[in-house]
Ligand binder design. Structure first.
Ligand code: ATP
Ligand code: MG
Length: 229
């Protein structure tokens, strides 16, 4: 199952509550993303931004409404197709207790060592190659990564994965200004030609997005481009 070259996304009246929760985390969320469109998602903490992204990866399924990828319901896509179609930089990046190589290979099982090392240099993580190189052990019993390094690792994974739909959950949260602008520069490159949903608290740089969605309390309360809002 090959990934489609481009992805159009449509949500129709999507409602979702977490198991055992009476209150809805998402309430009748509807919007569309055209192929290659870049959408920023804003809203205060707890309003449902990460939940929305998680539904797109099928970490959860909505109780009501529809999510369509290229006009096909998400649930009808095979797991392999879904995985190839969607790249994610999650809000909390997971580091496996494994080698540096294996931490990258989960995104691109076929990549060779040279490609992995080149990618580490591209995202500014060449320092991790010092010592044992790609055999260096990360996580428990090994090297821990700083917040900025974890973000770069997640972006390296997304770049290696190269999927047509990219979900970015606050990719620069908690970074200093210099690191933030480096990461944003890198992301601008990664995002080119892809359909992107990016959760952000950052108001600077919003003009570069085709559309801005503002959420509150599980709902979309505003939608438009930078000039409209
Ligand atoms: P932030 O900006 O702080 O990351 P967010 O907009 O991403 O916030 P979500 O993480 O989507 O918010 O959470 C939306 C709501 O769902 C919150 O009230 C949260 O407590 C709740 N929630 C999130 N995950 C779960 C879960 N696994 N089980 C139950 N409730 C959850
Ligand atoms: Mg969140």
């Amino acid at each position: 199952a090959a990934a489609p070259a481009q992805i159009a996304l449509a949500l129709r009246e999507v409602c979702f509550s977490y198991p055992g929760q009476a209150q809805r985390a998402l309430e009748a969320v509807s919007f569309q993303a055209a192929p290659g469109e870049h959408i920023a998602i804003l809203g205060r903490t707890g309003c449902g931004k990460s939940t929305l992204l998680q539904l797109l990866t099928r970490a959860w399924d909505p109780q009501r409404g529809e999510i369509l990828l290229n006009e096909r319901p998400l649930g009808t896509l095979g797991e392999a197709t879904l995985r190839r179609s969607i790249g994610v930089v999650p809000q909390r990046v997971h580091l496996f207790s494994a080698t540096l190589r294996d931490n990258l290979l989960l995104a691109a099982p076929d990549a060779d060592d040279e490609a992995l090392a080149a990618m580490l240099r591209r995202v500014g993580l060449e320092k991790l190659l010092d010592g044992s190189g790609l055999n260096g052990w990360l996580g428990e019993g090994g090297r821990q990564l700083s917040g900025g390094e974890l973000r770069r690792l997640a972006i390296a994974r997304a770049l290696l994965h190269d999927a047509p739909l990219l979900l970015l959950d606050e990719p620069t949260e908690g970074l200093d200004a210099a690191t933030e602008s480096q990461i944003l520069e890198l992301l601008a490159e990664v995002m080119r030609g892809k359909t992107v949903l990016m959760v952000t608290h950052r108001l600077r740089g919003l003009a570069r997005f085709d559309r801005i969605i503002v959420m509150d309390n599980g709902q979309i309360i505003e939608q438009g481009n930078h000039a409209d809002l």
